[in-house]
Design a protein around this ligand. Structure first.
Ligand code: PRP
Length: 211
């Protein structure tokens, strides 16, 4: 019997939509996956196995081969900078990674706050601008309001958080959505099984079957 194909899913915000797509693609997703506290959930016929990880850890599981495939946001992939194959855009979790701040952005402290310090540093390096990047874990919009930073690099989805805090977008840095990635070795050794998953998902994602 062949080893199962292990797929790392991101817990949280995108999980329900992800499992929706996997199920519509006809993949053998355990019924209790969304509610369970289990972290490893085998499919019925044992050809697939799902593991649930924090989004930020999904690239790590995939790069080390602990998972063959991973489903995670492009923001996390850009920040992680891991050596993975990006196979598919699932078209969910769409948002934008932006440089934001008060409408009259003034570079007083030359500091930028972000949950994405690597992306932020790369962005300013490419602009030839010297700024200090301060890592924050969340509610990043607070930083420019209290003088911790002049600006932030953060995700904007509806724009509501910015609006309600008097902030605006100054630059768009990247378009973000949920992607499927593969471990490089798995891609060679389990190519057929990975292709099957990819094709099934592609049918749903491109076919517009979004029931
Ligand atoms: C994300 C993001 C923004 C907000 C954007 O934060 O970091 O703060 O959502 O969404 P909006 O444009 O629809 O308002 P999240 O809710 O994940 O929490 P966090 O601030 O703790 O990261």
């Amino acid at each position: 019997m062949m080893e199962p194909l292990t797929i790392a899913l991101s817990k949280g915000r995108i999980l329900a939509e992800t499992t929706g797509i996997l199920r519509r693609a006809g993949l053998d997703v355990p019924e209790d996956l969304d509610e369970s506290r289990k972290l490893i959930l085998p499919g019925r016929d044992r050809r697939l196995r799902f593991v649930l990880a924090k989004p930020v850890d999904v690239p790590t599981y995939v790069e080390y081969g602990a998972a063959d495939l991973g489903i995670v946001g492009k923001d996390v992939l850009l920040e992680a900078g891991r050596d993975l194959y990006e196979l598919l855009d699932l078209g969910i979790g769409r948002c934008r990674l932006c440089l934001c701040g008060l409408p009259d952005l003034v570079w007083r402290t030359h500091r930028v706050a972000s949950k994405y310090p690597r992306i932020a540093a790369d962005y300013f390096r490419a602009q030839g601008k010297q700024v200090e990047v301060v890592y924050l874990n969340g509610s990043v919009e607070l930083a420019p309001l209290v003088g911790l930073a002049d600006a932030i690099v953060d995700l904007v989805e509806t724009g509501r958080t910015l609006r309600e805090n008097g902030l605006v977008i100054h630059r768009e840095i990247a378009a973000i959505s949920t992607r499927m990635v593969a471990n490089r070795m798995s891609f060679r050794l389990k190519g057929e099984a990975i292709d099957r998953v990819c094709e099934a998902l592609r049918g749903v994602v491109n076919g517009g079957d979004r029931r």
